[in-house]
Design a binder for this molecule. Structure first.
Ligand SMILES: Cc1ncc(COP(=O)(O)O)c(C=O)c1O
Length: 483
């Protein structure tokens, strides 16, 4: 008989066992990376709101929010109730033939808050899938004659081949067969116009895909007016504007959608992450009746873009509840207000500890702290220079060291950005208590006051004490992408 572990036994089995199984069967490099930050030393047993509780009954404050998927925090009761309404009453969760009423009402509710006439929805299961659907939709509007897109450097739209083709992250793209496109710097509308003004290019291009505020690039807020300029350029050249609000949407930036800040209406809006209220995996590709009809207007095209699990009742019920909570509790206003205070407090910390922080930036509660690795020069004597690559890795991962120290000393969960290793993200759930935001500020203040030498010494000691040189070289390999 094969050995089958029972679901009900999982929570009582030792943490080391699941970490080793993860290493063995899922992603060994990720385990090494997380061991370096001592994340694997934590045994989480409970999560509610912004707080994760460990086996030792220690509280950890989540300042990652699963990269923006937990705007409502962990296990929001109203979202859980919505899912239970479907499961406990044994409603039909999965059936395309029987048309989920939850999908229909979710579409109705969402259409009340989406900009202008964006009222046609395709529901899927993740961000990258929603991006894929957006790219297909736009390309189909031109009957496939314009298969290319303009996208921004350092962007992230997903890791499936289509979305990755128009994602400006060289390390993620390496060795994959991708579609051709045009990469431009973010925040410079003239770069987009330059590409489109070449007739030969224009004949190939269906649209422009952008994040209104770049997330994984390191929280990059474009200059005011940028999105409006891009909107006007797209109109002038007759191409579609796709806005990826997978991270920025659902109130994160202080508005339901970040495009609301500039009153820009995209042709296609893409959502995922917090749409599922932190409970369900759901993405949405949203467009106007006109765009939908141009692409899929013919009834015989109704099965061209579908997904088995997309629009299932449980996920749609969760999203309905998430949207209701976001609107009723005015989380957009809360994110705007708390974000403003947080930004000001972080700038005070920046001033108080000169040399540590290059810039603090963001909008709402989508914030990033860009660290200055030059501060590590003060800790030179603690860098084990005999270990190849370690010095470079430590220098490149100052925010990673800060995150590890915040976790160990202050019980704050943080992490850096995928396409920018100098930035520590500050993405608390939007429902976080104000006192917990103050605690973050006090903790960062106390940590920086300890000085760079202490930070480096503690991290290097941990690295050396874990499993010696072999461990460190595999870590440096994992971080520098050479292993
Ligand atoms: C802006 C943006 N777009 C797309 C994605 C991809 O979403 P998913 O991981 O759900 O495929 C992400 C993920 O972080 C993202 O931040």
């Amino acid at each position: 008989m094969p050995e089958m572990i029972k679901v009900e036994d999982v929570s009582s089995r030792p943490r080391e066992e699941s970490v080793e199984l993860f290493r063995k069967h899922i992603n060994p490099g990720l385990v090494v990376l997380l061991e370096m930050g001592e994340y694997t030393a934590i045994t989480p047993v409970h999560a509610e709101g912004a707080v994760i509780t460990t086996q030792e009954n220690k509280h950890i404050l989540d300042f990652v929010s699963s990269y923006g998927a937990l705007n409502l925090g962990h296990n929001h009761p109203q979202v859980l109730n919505a899912v239970q309404e479907v499961t406990e009453n044994k409603r039909v969760d999965l059936s395309k033939e029987l048309l989920s009423p939850y999908a229909a009402y979710l579409a109705h509710n969402l259409s009340q808050v989406t900009p202008a006439d964006l009222n046609k929805f395709f529901f899927c299961n993740s961000g990258t899938e929603a991006t894929e659907a957006a790219l297909k939709l736009a390309a189909r509007c031109f009957k496939g004659k314009r298969p290319q897109f303009i996208y921004a450097k350092n962007s992230l739209h997903g890791k499936t081949l289509g979305a990755l083709s128009f994602t400006g992250a060289p390390r993620l793209r390496e060795y994959f067969p991708l579609l051709p496109g045009f990469e431009v710097p973010f925040g410079k509308s003239e770069a987009i116009e330059k590409v489109l003004s070449d007739k030969e290019n224009l004949e190939k291009i269906a649209g422009v895909i952008l994040e209104p505020i770049q997330g994984e690039a390191g929280v990059i807020v474009p200059p005011a007016g940028y999105l409006q300029e891009v909107r006007a350029i797209c109109d002038r050249y007759g191409v579609l504007l796709i806005l990826d609000e997978i991270q920025t949407g659902m109130c994160r930036t202080g508005a339901m959608f970040a495009c609301n800040h500039e009153q820009v209406i995209p042709d296609i809006l893409v959502l995922a992450k917090s749409l599922g209220g932190g409970v369900a995996s759901i993405g949405a590709t949203i467009c106007s009746e006109k765009v939908f009809a141009t692409a899929y207007g013919n009834p015989h095209e109704c099965l061209v873009q579908t997904s088995t699990f997309g629009g299932r009742s449980t996920a749609c019920a969760a999203a309905m509840a998430a949207l209701t909570v976001s609107v009723n509790e005015d989380l957009a206003e809360r994110a705007a207000r708390l974000g403003k205070k947080m930004l000001a407090d972080l700038r005070k910390i920046q001033k108080k500890h000169p040399g540590w922080i290059r810039e603090v930036r963001g909008r709402g509660l989508m914030l990033g702290i860009e660290f200055d690795e030059n501060i590590l020069k003060q800790a030179k004597s603690y860098l084990p220079l005999h270990i190849p690559g370690l010095k470079t890795v430590l220098r490149e991962h100052l925010p990673g060291m800060v995150a590890a120290a915040l976790l160990k000393q202050f019980g704050i969960l943080g992490t850096l950005m995928l396409n920018n290793r100098s930035v520590l993200r500050v993405y608390p759930p939007l429902i976080i208590a104000e006192k917990d935001l103050d605690y973050f500020i006090r903790s960062l203040d106390a940590l920086l006051a300890q000085g760079p030498k202490n930070l480096v010494k503690n991290r290097v000691n941990h690295a050396l004490s874990s499993s010696g040189l072999k461990f460190i070289t595999s870590w440096t390999g994992a971080l520098t992408g050479t292993k």
